[in-house]
Design a binder for this molecule. Sequence first.
Ligand SMILES: [Zn+2]
Length: 260
Amino acid sequence: MSHPTVKRLWALDSPTFTLDNAILMVGATGTATVPMPAYLIEHSKGLVLFDTGLVPAAADDPEAVYGPLAQFLGLQFSPEQRLDNQLQALGYKVSDVTHVVASHTHFDHSGGLYLFPEAKFYVGTGDLRYAMWPDPAGAAFFRREDIELTRSYNWTQIPTDHDLFGDGSLVILHTPGHTPGELSLLVRLPSRNFILTGDTVHLRQALEEEIPMPYDANTELSIRSIQRLKLLRESADATVWISHDPDDWAELEHAPKCYE
Ligand SMILES: [Zn+2]
């Protein structure tokens, strides 16, 4: 069966953190340098962004935006990697983006939300409230300012899966656990299919061995969602693209190259 498809997918170039793997997966050792990509998707009915990375201003002054966290996480962030500059380099204006899907509301995914006041926003039910009052263990992952700036924006909360344009080419997936409303995204392209995970899972090993992340809001739900990704990988014949996985980033193409 052949499905309708989106036209193109870009993984936008991204700043990196260098951090202990133990932050990304229970029981992991060593360190990794990980990207924080936003993904741009061209569909005949809209230009869709999945996640928004870090605050653009942090490229110039990381401490001013993130305080001591910037150094603790070994932030490397060049001006070319700003989300607004990445869009511009592909020939788009920020106002061309019509839909923004927030995988979740952690700071390394929410920094550019404010750039798109005219877009329609989608977030998993419960995530916006949780960002304002998280459990203490994971509270450092939220930057309330990023969310506050979008308070008047056009947000829709997604309580379940949602087929964004009704043609099966772009399906928002309900994969809670990492945060209460964590979302993934199934993207069908002419050449291949992807499941963009957001932070439903953080490393390839965590996917294969079904291992949660230490700061997940709900560990049991996280493991179920990882299991769900594996089932969908089979049924949709899709490549799982783990946002923060350094091997996925190294092997898969990023902007200006795209998948069609
Ligand atoms: Zn996260």
